[in-house]
Design a protein. Structure first.
Length: 104
């Protein structure tokens, strides 16, 4: 299987902070580390570092599936909105299909 180079993420990284209107932004503001930990700093600091499962842990996919009334096998976890959009289109578009995109 040949997978084309995914240039959208790189383009966003290069230009998203240099434009007046960023139409590719998700609108979701990040939490601070303090907001995420909420008094569990000791537990967090004692965790070992490791590479996470690229498609999300089994527990994560089970929780997402339960939330949406699906099965864990039907859940795809990605690292960002642009990766999710790319993966979705990659799975839906056929060879003869067309997609309109804007490149900076």
């Amino acid at each position: 299987m040949r997978i084309d180079l995914f240039r959208m993420e790189r383009t966003q990284c290069l230009y998203e902070h240099a434009v007046e209107f960023n139409l590719s932004e998700s609108g979701v503001l990040p939490l601070t580390v303090k907001e995420i930990l909420r008094g569990t700093e000791a537990e967090f600091l004692s965790l070992g570092l490791k590479y996470p499962e690229s498609d999300g842990s089994t527990e994560l996919r089970e929780n997402i599936a339960q939330w949406y009334g699906a099965t864990p096998e039907q859940v795809l976890v990605t690292n960002g909105g642009s990766e999710a959009n790319f993966t979705t289109l990659w799975g839906l578009l056929e060879k003869a299909d067309h997609a309109a995109i804007m490149l900076a």
